[in-house]
Every structure is written in C-alpha cells, then in structure tokens.
Design a binder for this molecule. Structure first.
Ligand code: ZN
Length: 324
C-alpha cells in the first residue's frame, strides 16, 4: 500500500484540479481540466476518469497504482451517501449521486465531501494544521467558506451545512445582501467581493482624498489586493476598511473559538494573501473577544497549502475511509 497513490480532485465551476498524491500526502502530479457543466453536468465525472487514464498512460503507470479517488465539490454533500444536495453552477439536478457516478466512471473506490471541508482536511493533513485534530479552516476568497474538524472528523450537521462560517450574521440590521438570501453575513464583509464593496462605499462617502480613491477613479474598479497594498502604504481609507474587516472577522472567529476551542483556526483563500497585515489585526480582535481559556490556547494562523488544500483533503478522505 505504501507505494500507492491517491487521486485527489477539487471540482470548481470552471476548472477541475486533479492530483496524484502519495499516502503520506505528497503531490506527485498535478494538473487541471476545464469543467464541462453542459448537459446537466453529465460529462463531469467521465471527463475526470478520462483525464486520469490519459495521465496514467502519459507517465507509464496503470490504474493499479491508484487506491482510490476523493473529491471536493462546491455545495452541501451528504458524506455517508455521497449525494450532493444542491449545486447552482454545475448543471446537476438536486440530490445528484456524485460518489456513485465517480465510482462508476473511474472504477475506483470514491469519497466526496464539500470543497471547503476538503480544504480544511488538507490543511489538517499536510498544511498549517500540522496534524491538529481540532481545527477550523476559513477560506476567504470570492466568498467565505468554512470547515470544522473536531477530533479528526468534519462536522457535517443534520443537512450537510455545518461549518458555513461565511453566513454567520455579523451585521444584524441593514447589512448588505448575501448570496445565501440573507443580509449581513460575514461573507458580505470579509470576502474579496465584500472588502471591495466596503472600500467603494467608503470612497463614495469620504470627503478627503486618498490614494485608493484616486485608483478607483482611474480604473473604475478595485481589487482586494489594491486595498491591502494601499493599507500597507499607510492610506488612511484603506486602513479604515481593513480595520472594519478585521473587527468582524476577529469577532466571528472569537465566537467560534468560544464555542469549539480548536487547537488552530487557519485562514486561507485569496484574501489571506494579505498575510501578516490581516493576520495581526484579526488576532488583536480575536484576543479582545475570546475568553481567556480560549485566547490562551487557540492559535490563528495562515493556511500554507494555497490551491493544493482541496486536492490534498479530498485524497485524505478516501485514504481515511479505506483505512477504516
Ligand atoms: Zn449568507
């Protein structure tokens, strides 16, 4: 078994990341294919199977090299049955039997899980979690995803919707609308989209000039990176936005800490590329709102795996399932 590989798949709306990974969590081969979500998504799993076969041929290996396939998919997944409950942008109808479809297409034992949960498992296995069995992973990207691991297991919830940290309400009244249908979710202030929205609002309400405001006037748009760069350059407006983001994020994380007291809270996703600038002010707010026993034992850290967390966590899933 020790020389076998695992196929890890991170399914996205436009691209699918695939990797061959050793049982010790090292990526040996990694590539991407486009996600074909036409025809009610019926080509998705067969395209993955084909890509795996082609890669094996290309590198002179056979299917016997693979012990199984794990996949992270965007949407709530029932881990036991491997059914994906609803997905907006992949073409599948509600309650699509993803695990069965993947097993049939690849002739490999399969396991599927929500993609944010896979990222958390990946960080636990070979990233910032460093083996921690109690871990919360928050992905700050276009949206805000979350995965909660307690005693080595993902917390699923009764409807596969546990760990949706992005939808914690942080602004109880007059908050911005969120994709989930609610208003004032953490995602509306701590995702890349949310941070840009806060900055644009701030620019429109501000009477004094700022570098960030000038950049917005020049380009007609801003990115989260523009805001972090400006904050680093001591732009007051950008720093104000960052302070607001860190406040909401630090408060939400403190309340998660107060509930779960995990060993680590890991911040990943594109927004976390702001690095220490974000981390330090989130930590300050966390320390303010976490009670002493949590403040002194739960660590906040940046994710280390970047885009690889999803494929690694997916591979861990099937490895763990086969070992049981
Ligand atoms: Zn929401």
């Amino acid at each position: 078994m020790a020389d076998k590989w695992i196929a890890g798949v991170d399914l996205g709306g436009t691209t699918t990341k695939i990797a061959f990974i050793t049982v010790l969590g090292k990526i040996v081969h990694k590539w991407e294919i486009p996600t074909d979500n036409s025809d009610e998504g019926q080509n998705i799993t067969s395209n993955i199977a084909k890509a795996i076969d082609e890669k094996l041929t290309e590198i002179g290996e056979t299917k016997q090299k693979l012990m199984g396939i794990g996949m992270g998919a965007p949407g709530p997944v029932d881990y036991e049955t491997g059914i994906i409950l609803n997905v907006v942008n992949l073409g599948w109808k509600d309650n699509f039997p993803l695990k069965d479809s993947l097993e049939e297409a690849t002739s490999l034992p399969a396991a599927v899980e929500n993609d944010a949960n896979c990222a958390a498992l990946g960080e636990m296995w070979s990233g910032a979690g460093n083996g921690a069995k109690d871990l919360v992973c928050v992905t700050l990207g276009t949206g805000v995803g979350g995965g909660v691991i307690a005693n080595g297991n993902i917390i699923q919830g009764v409807n596969g919707a546990a760990g949706e940290i992005g939808h914690i309400t942080v602004i109880p009244s007059s908050g911005a609308p969120c994709n989930c249908g609610k208003t004032g979710c953490l995602e509306t202030v701590a995702s890349a989209t949310g941070i840009v929205r806060l900055a644009v609002e701030e620019i429109k309400n501000s009477h004094s000039s700022s570098k960030l405001g000038e950049l917005f006037t020049l380009n007609g748009r801003l990115t989260a990176k523009d805001i972090f760069d400006a904050a680093r350059d001591n732009d007051r407006l950008a720093q104000k936005v960052l302070a607001e983001v860190s406040f909401h994020l630090g408060l939400a994380l403190a309340n998660i800490g107060n509930t779960l007291n995990p060993e680590k809270i890991v911040l990943g996703g594109g927004v976390s590329k702001a690095g220490n600038l974000l981390l330090e002010s989130v930590k300050e707010n966390f320390a303010k709102f976490a009670f002493p026993a949590v403040r002194n034992s739960t660590e906040i850290d940046l994710a280390t795996l970047g885009n690889d967390a999803g494929v690694l966590g997916a591979a861990w899933l099937i490895k763990n399932k086969l070992n049981q």
